[in-house]
Design a protein around this ligand. Sequence first.
Ligand SMILES: C[S@@+](CC[C@H](N)C(=O)[O-])C[C@H]1O[C@@H](n2cnc3c(N)ncnc32)[C@H](O)[C@@H]1O
Length: 286
Amino acid sequence: MQSTEDAKSNATGLEQSDNLLDHLSAETIDSTETIDKVDDTQQTHFGFKQVAKEQKESMVADVFHSVAAKYDVMNDLMSLGIHRIWKRYTIDCSGIRPGQKVLDLAGGTGDLAAKFSRIVGETGQVTLADINHSMLMVGKEKLTNMGILSNLNYVQANAEALPFPDNHFDLVTMAFGLRNVTEKSNALASIFRVLKPGGRLLVLEFSKPSSELLSKVYDTYSFHLLPKIGKLVANDAESYQYLAESIRMHPNQETLEGMMQDVGFEQTSFTNLTGGIVALHRGFKF
Ligand SMILES: C[S@@+](CC[C@H](N)C(=O)[O-])C[C@H]1O[C@@H](n2cnc3c(N)ncnc32)[C@H](O)[C@@H]1O
């Protein structure tokens, strides 16, 4: 499990972002040269592709740099606006109160962070953290234009090594972020460390549809229609092909619940939404 000392040495804040981006580019070059030599334990998946573990982070970064500007409009289009209902449900399950501290991890363009900022009020604090500078900048501009300023801060950080103290947050949310993380267990352990005792994790993520028929319809939509919409609206079919593939590679409901328990979460449970296309997982740190 990650210590506070490790956390202090990680990047904290946007001023670190240029260094991080330089670092990502350097890794891409190195890992391209060594990809043929790595064994299975050094490999992971990027959608359906096998890649070196060191390579995945920068490939995911490329996807989100590419989609950032059109991210919100694509979200509404692809889900026919249903992502707003999934997020509303997440907020309803958060149990959050005025004065509390929330980390919206992989928070991207800040839909959840905006809502939490209003709930925790002036005496509370919301941190919007994301590994990707472009997504964070789109989020910051959107939320600033909404007039949300005083209780919200922005941090560029990797979920696998969070730069926050132990036992700090009352709630951590991660919406549609976990499946992009290279070592998901490291991210879950890092989240566990920064939660206060009594704190709650909510993971909203694509999951496994509960019926065969829904699965077939959803596959047809994801692999045939989604990349075409991506091409048409964002001029980027590949990122949306990755989206469809990454959803299929993500652990199913029971596996993810087990992973949460393995790092120490208790009273874990999940709720399927839209027939299991998405699931909301909950877990507590005691
Ligand atoms: C699909 S977006 C979700 C954004 C937002 N939470 C929402 O629901 O609209 C996924 C986000 O995860 C971020 N992400 C990917 N890998 C990450 C990591 N290792 N640590 C932190 N954020 C990460 C991406 O940069 C991107 O902004």
